[in-house]
Structures are given as structure tokens and as C-alpha cells.
Design a protein around this ligand. Structure first.
Ligand SMILES: Nc1ncnc2c1ncn2[C@@H]1O[C@H](COP(=O)(O)OP(=O)(O)OP(=O)(O)O)[C@@H](O)[C@H]1O
Ligand SMILES: [Mg+2]
Length: 230
């Protein structure tokens, strides 16, 4: 049974706040009584602890959203120690990403939850595998799983360029962009308020929510969020 619906979370770059925002989204859905879970194809730069891997992004989302850590980690099929792009980490550790494995894990997630939020790696241009046998980009995963996506962008300086380029690239690749979420937003900052307007005008994609530093909830109705999944 694969009844669930999915949504992909990408960003204008690494460290922009995909995990932070994803955690708030999953938390909001779960607080509204929905069955909601987390999934990520490939995670690199993971610390190896005595207890094994510390699957940071999944662990963080689990903690914030109230999912058991072990349960969240089940849906991250590829975990690498090297803090480099997954395609390079996969080469170093001789464990290349296979689309069939990612698909199978995603389908398991869909069978386990009504709403699966899948976090990307890095920004939208991210090679997951690049060797003589296969070339797999992040966008191939989004397309293969038939997902629509949200773009997390920093609210500050440089975001107009980064967001417009990201959305344009996604549209050219046929990925439905459902909305933008601005992170580290400060409504007292006139530039950020202008950025919010300008990214909407130039991308023709709505800014669904603005997340401030330290926010513990996302200001968007659970029903609206649920409507983004497909
Ligand atoms: N709104 C926020 N308030 C406070 N801290 C934040 C906020 N957004 C992000 N951070 C912090 O900034 C860091 C980077 O954010 P995050 O891990 O969500 O980025 P990411 O896009 O998921 O990165 P990666 O590409 O590594 O997956 C983390 O330490 C996170 O806790
Ligand atoms: Mg992350």
C-alpha cells in the first residue's frame, strides 16, 4: 500500500534551512493530527559515533516533530561520513546511490505515512551519483518520484538572484514549484520585506510563509500545508 502523498523540500543552497523548515512543517502536520513523516535520499557529512551513525537531519526533524529517532532514520537510505556532495562521498565510500533503492524507501515511507516530506541535499543542482555506470542528479529523483517542491530561501541579501535562478531551473526541468518559504526573516528589515515581494513578482510563485530566527512553529494553516502534497 502506498497511499501517502509527498512533497519535496529544496533550497537555494546548503545550510539555508531545509531541515529547520521541514521539521516545522512535519511538526505542524502532526500537531493537526495527521500522520506525517520524513525522508531524505542521501545525507553526507554525518558523524560516526560509538553508537553508529548520527543521522543529523533525520534526528533533528524527529526531535522537533515528535517522531522516534530510529523511525525517522529508516527513511534515509544513503548516509556518508565525508562532508562533500553525495556523488563524491559515494565515490570515496564506494556506496553509489541507486534510484531503485531511493524509490523503494520512499514508497515504504508513503506506506507508513499520509504525508511524506522529502528533504533534498544541498541546492537544486546536486549530483547524487556520477560515475561510469550511472549519472543521477537530485532533480532526477524528484522527477522519478513525481514530486512537487517547495524552495526554502534565505530572507536576506542575495536571495532575489538565488531564488529566481533556482525556481527558473526547476521550471525548466518540469518540477512543479508549489511555493517559497523565506527563512531567517525579520519583518522589521525593509530589505527583507522587499525581498519577499520581489521574489514573488519575479518567480510568480507565492511566498507561503516566512520563518524567523528561532521560530518553533510555522505560520501556515495545516490544511494549506496538506494541500501542497500530491
Ligand atoms: N530560522 C532559524 N532559526 C534558528 N536557526 C536556524 C534557522 N534556520 C536554520 N537554522 C540553523 O542553521 C543551520 C543550517 O540549517 P539547516 O540544517 O536547516 O540547513 P539545510 O538547508 O538543511 O542544510 P543541509 O544542506 O546541510 O541539509 C542549522 O544549525 C539550523 O539549526
Ligand atoms: Mg538539512
Amino acid at each position: 500500500m502506498t497511499d501517502g502523498k509527498g512533497l519535496f523540500i529544496t533550497a537555494t543552497g546548503t545550510d539555508v534551512g531545509k531541515t529547520y523548515v521541514t521539521a516545522l512543517i512535519v511538526k505542524k502536520l502532526r500537531e493537526a493530527g495527521h500522520s506525517a513523516g520524513y525522508c531524505k535520499a542521501a545525507l553526507s557529512g554525518v558523524d560516526r559515533t560509538a553508537a553508529g551513525f548520527h543521522v543529523d537531519d533525520a534526528t533533528y526533524v524527529a526531535r522537533v516533530a515528535g517522531i522516534a529517532e530510529r523511525e525517522a532514520e529508516m527513511f534515509v537510505p544513503y548516509v556518508y561520513g565525508a562532508a562533500v556532495s553525495p556523488h563524491l562521498a559515494a565515490k570515496i565510500e564506494d556506496n553509489p546511490v541507486k534510484i531503485a533503492v531511493v524509490k523503494a524507501v520512499y514508497e515504504q515511507a508513503l506506506a507508513s505515512y499520509d504525508f511524506v516530506t522529502m528533504e533534498g541535499s544541498g541546492g537544486i543542482v546536486c549530483p547524487l551519483r556520477y560515475d561510469a555506470d550511472a549519472q543521477l542528479l537530485l532533480e532526477d529523483v524528484i522527477t522519478a518520484l513525481g514530486l512537487g517542491a517547495i524552495v526554502v530561501a534565505d530572507a536576506g541579501l542575495g536571495t532575489i538572484n538565488a531564488t529566481v535562478l533556482t525556481v527558473d531551473y526547476m521550471k525548466r526541468r518540469g518540477i512543479p514549484v508549489k511555493g517559497i518559504i523565506l527563512n531567517r526573516y525579520d519583518a522589521a528589515d525593509a530589505m527583507m520585506r522587499d525581498n519577499r515581494k520581489m521574489v514573488e513578482v519575479l518567480t510568480r510563485v507565492p511566498v507561503l510563509a516566512c520563518v524567523k530566527k528561532g521560530d518553533t512553529a510555522i505560520a501556515i494553516e495545516a490544511a494549506t500545508l496538506a494541500g501542497l502534497y500530491g
